[in-house]
Structure formats: structure tokens, C-alpha cells
Design a protein around this ligand. Structure first.
Ligand code: ADE
Length: 233
């Protein structure tokens, strides 16, 4: 899969995406991640990528020209782009279902907005999807773009060592994950649940299922409500 990440602040994203799972996905040749600096597409001599909002108000707005120039160049190179995603707090909530869906695409462009936002004409004509990573405002779309890259990269076939581990994650089937333990079985008199050391895999699976439902009901009843609605449809 290829991901082109367009940002006015490439230094924020470069280091972190070279390490961990996205880094491993790139080393394995499963993810072709390219970071594009919006400033290189600026047309004026000061390499300005933002300007004051028409009508007044606080904050700066990303100008349309560098974004159009960058994305038009991307469209002309390589294979067809499946989605052009803009990260914004007023976008649709990014969920595991969205990560699963995007992980099946061949090529994505992610646009990280900065400052006050981006000129609406970019959103109206270039962008095909808009995602928020949660109901809070960050100073830019760089961290949210990294969240998407990480969530997508770990789903690409062959990226995780144990191919089943992404499937058992919290949210993957609408439930939170069960508690996990490792050695020692007795740590300061805090014991690992007996069932996990029993070697009885049927009982272990049953215990995990029960724990997942119990934890989801306690912490995220909204997830169960969604399930129950879907089942009655
Ligand atoms: N940009 C600023 N805050 C954001 C958020 N919560 N999600 C996506 N993009 C953002």
C-alpha cells in the first residue's frame, strides 16, 4: 500500500513513522510511505502556506494553491489514488471499522491541516473523506495523520508477526480486549487467574469472551448498544 502524507510540518511526522510498526511495515516493503512538505509547493518567495481568514477572526488558514499543486502532482504520479483524507476535528469519527476499510485500499493521500484550518475550496473539490480522531482539538492534523498511518499499517497482511493478533484487538469485533498476564504467575501475592495457567483452551476462550463482555459493559456500554441494535435490525 502507498500512503502520501501532505503536511506543512514534515519534521513532526518523520521520526515517529520510521520506527515501530509503520517503520517495520516500510522495511518489509508492505507500506510505501512518502511525506510531502507543503512549503515546497508554495509559489511566493517566502514559501507562505497560510494566510489570514477572509472576514476576520483568529488563526491562520492553509492556502489553496500549494495544496492543489501538491495533490495534482501526486495524481499524475504512480497509481490511482483511492481516497484523499483530510484530518479535522469536524470530520467523521475515525474508528476501527474505518481503519479496516482504509487498510484495503491501494493508495491513500492524507492531508494534515494546520493552524485554523484549510481553505474550504480544498475540502469541497479535492478531499474525499474527512476524519476526526476524537472530540478534542489538537494544534494540527499531523498527530491524527500518524494515528491513521499506525492503525492502518498494523492491519496490512504480513506486518504483525502473529497474523491473528490484529484480529483479537479491542474493537476488532466491537468488544474491548480481555485482561492479559505474563510471568510470574505469583507477583507479590497477586495471582494470575487460575484458568489462564490451566492449559484448557476451551475454558480459556470462554473466560476471555466473558471478560470482554464484562469489561465492555462496564467501560463502553455504547459499544454493546450498537451491537444489540445491529442484531435486531
Ligand atoms: N486536527 C485538530 N484536531 C483534530 C482531531 N481531533 N482529529 C483530527 N484532526 C484534528
Amino acid at each position: 500500500m502507498r500512503i502520501d502524507l501532505v503536511t506543512a510540518l514534515p519534521d513532526i511526522v518523520k521520526g515517529p513513522l520510521e520506527t515501530s510498526i509503520p517503520g517495520r511495515a516500510q522495511v518489509k516493503g508492505l507500506l510505501d510511505l512518502r511525506i510531502h512538505d507543503l512549503r515546497t509547493y508554495a509559489t511566493d518567495k517566502h514559501r507562505k502556506v497560510d494566510d489570514y481568514p477572509f472576514g476576520g477572526g483568529a488563526g491562520m488558514v492553509l492556502k489553496p494553491e500549494p495544496i492543489f499543486a501538491c495533490i495534482e502532482e501526486l495524481k499524475e504520479s504512480g497509481e490511482a489514488i483511492d481516497e484523499i483524507v483530510f484530518l479535522t476535528p469536524d470530520g467523521e469519527l475515525f474508528t476501527q471499522a474505518a481503519a479496516n476499510e482504509l487498510s484495503m485500499k491501494k493508495r491513500l493521500v492524507l492531508l494534515a491541516g494546520h493552524y485554523k484550518g484549510v481553505d474550504q475550496r480544498v475540502r469541497d473539490t479535492l478531499i474525499t473523506r474527512e476524519y476526526s480522531i476524537g472530540d478534542y482539538v489538537l494544534s494540527g492534523g499531523e498527530l491524527p495523520a500518524m494515528v491513521l498511518v499506525d492503525a492502518i499499517a498494523r492491519l496490512l497482511p504480513g506486518v504483525l508477526g502473529d497474523s491473528s493478533s490484529a484480529l483479537t484487538d479491542s474493537f476488532q469485533d466491537g468488544l474491548l480486549d480481555a485482561p492479559v498476564y505474563t510471568r510470574p504467575a505469583d507477583f507479590r501475592a497477586m495471582l494470575v487467574p487460575e484458568v489462564l495457567t490451566s492449559g484448557d483452551h476451551r475454558r480459556i476462550d470462554e473466560w476471555r469472551d466473558e471478560e470482554r463482555i464484562r469489561k465492555t459493559r462496564q467501560r463502553r456500554p455504547d459499544l454493546l448498544a450498537g451491537e444489540e441494535r445491529e442484531q435486531s435490525d
